[in-house]
Design a protein around this ligand. Structure first.
Ligand code: SF4
Length: 115
C-alpha cells in the first residue's frame, strides 16, 4: 500500500493505494480523489505556475499557468520554455501564451491582464 494525501481540494484526505492489486484507491471521500490516487502512482501530474518576462509593459513579469496538469516528468522542460519566453502587451487574462505545450494538450495561459 502506498500512502498519499490528496491535494485536489483543501480537505486533504489520507489515501491508500493498493499498488499490488490494480492500484485500487481507499480513503478518498469523492471520485476526484480516486482519480488523483490512481494517477499519482501510475503517471503523476501537476499544474505548472510561473511567470513570463514582459517587454515594454506596466509590469515586468506576467503570471502564467498551465490550463491543466501535465506529466511531472515534463515540468523542467516546461520551465525551460517559460524561462525563454518574452511577451509584448496587451495581454488578456486567460489568453493562450503557448498552445499545447510539449504536446501535453495543456495550454500555457496568462493569469492577469496587462495593458
Ligand atoms: S478525496 Fe475528494 S474530498 Fe478528499 S481531498 Fe481529495 S478531492 Fe477533496
Amino acid at each position: 500500500m502506498k500512502q498519499l494525501i490528496c491535494i485536489v481540494c483543501p480537505k486533504g484526505c489520507h489515501l491508500q493505494v493498493d499498488t499490488e492489486n490494480g492500484n485500487k484507491v481507499f480513503g478518498n471521500n469523492c471520485s476526484r480523489g480516486a482519480v488523483y490516487g490512481f494517477e499519482e502512482v501510475t503517471m503523476p501530474k501537476r499544474v505548472v505556475t510561473s511567470t513570463v518576462k514582459v517587454k515594454n509593459g506596466t509590469i515586468n513579469r506576467l503570471p502564467v499557468k498551465t490550463s491543466k496538469s501535465i506529466p511531472k516528468e515534463k515540468m523542467f522542460q516546461c520551465m525551460d520554455i517559460i524561462k525563454a519566453l518574452e511577451i509584448m502587451p496587451p495581454v488578456k487574462r486567460g489568453q493562450v501564451i503557448v498552445k499545447n505545450i510539449l504536446e501535453t494538450e495543456a495550454n500555457l495561459i496568462a493569469c492577469k491582464d496587462i495593458k
